[in-house]
Design a protein around this ligand. Structure first.
Ligand SMILES: [Zn+2]
Length: 324
């Protein structure tokens, strides 16, 4: 019997990764290329096309056929029309027909999906949520992404494009300003951006005295990873930012668990690597806010798929739509 494989693509602002995934969900080949969006849309598409062609050749060397390509992209997408409406990683691709261009060039069906939904599919099939029918997913990165899985499937609501936008749930109406224009969204408390902006706010209030964050901020080089390193070394200001992150995550999850009648969540994304700094405040927040829930039954896990999660998820999205 002919062996089938799918290509999973994770498009980032700087780098794009591609993987070849077989029928058993094993990653058989991985490649990282520069996204090169700064050299124009055409160049960025040709990087993707060339990457896919190399994966197709790799599949042939395994005696397999590639059935379809799944592409995970951050931002607002028109899934049915195969268009990127807006992506923070590909800012020049507004209302851009990526699916058609890539599909025609590689001669394969292409499916595009929001990165948080890709995370959801990856975790459902191969990660912490494998076999769990109903759960909530959160990805902590530059922003906060989310997904809702009901009966093993992504919840899309009425296709308004906002289903699972947990990052923009307001957890404190008088809280910090969010990139979406509102105040006090979860994203404004629990993202990499929130860590850096929170440090800036403490600096303005004169509350960073003696903190290693102060020098980094004054040099204009503060990154979320610096806030994490400072928290690990016991810096009270950095710890406070992670306390706030955990508190907000716990509050958002209790709201979702209560309203939806759920008990499971998985948290992934690059900033979830600082799990040891926000887990305790998250669990304390769950405990304090969950009077209507059975606390012993709530399960909040950290994703263990790491870098491979988005690649697997994108390939699984393609395989679901094009089983071959
Ligand atoms: Zn927001």
């Amino acid at each position: 019997m002919e062996r089938k494989m799918w290509i999973g693509v994770d498009v980032g602002g700087t780098h794009t990764r591609l993987a070849l995934v077989d029928q058993d969900g094993n990653v058989r080949n991985v490649e990282k290329v520069r996204t090169e969006i700064e050299r124009g849309n055409e160049r960025a598409v040709s990087q993707l096309v060339e990457g896919c062609r190399r994966q197709i050749e790799a599949a042939q060397s395994f005696g397999a056929r590639v059935v379809a390509v799944g592409v995970g992209i951050a931002g607002k997408l028109d899934r049915k029309g195969g268009r990127i409406l807006f992506s923070p990683n590909l800012p020049s691709m507004r209302d851009f027909p990526l699916v058609e261009l890539l599909g025609n060039a590689v001669g394969l069906p292409v499916v595009m999906e929001n990165d948080a939904n890709v995370f959801g599919v990856g975790e459902s099939r191969a990660g912490k949520a494998k076999g769990v029918p109903n759960w909530v997913g959160l990805t902590l990165g530059t922003g906060v992404g989310g997904c809702l899985i009901f009966n093993g499937k992504l919840w899309r609501g009425d296709d308004t494009g906002t289903a699972g936008e947990i990052g923009h749930m307001i957890v404190d109406p008088s809280g910090p300003r969010c990139a979406c224009g509102q105040k006090g969204c979860l994203e404004a408390h629990a993202s990499g951006t929130a860590l850096v902006d929170g440090a800036k706010q403490l600096h303005r209030e004169g509350k960073l005295g003696g903190s290693p964050l102060e020098a980094k901020l004054e040099d204009g080089v503060l990154e979320p990873a610096d806030v994490y390193a400072a928290a690990r070394s016991g810096d009270p200001a950095a710890r406070r930012l992670f306390q706030r992150m955990g508190w907000a995550l716990g509050l958002a999850l209790v709201n979702l668990f209560t309203v939806l009648g759920l008990e499971r969540a998985v948290i992934g994304g690059g900033v979830s690597a600082s799990w040891d700094q926000f887990e305790a405040p998250l669990r304390e927040s769950l405990r304090r806010h969950s009077t209507m829930l059975n606390l012993d039954r709530l399960v909040v896990d950290r994703s263990t798929l790491g870098d491979l999660g988005p690649l697997l998820g994108a390939a699984f999205v393609a395989a679901e739509e094009y089983p071959g």
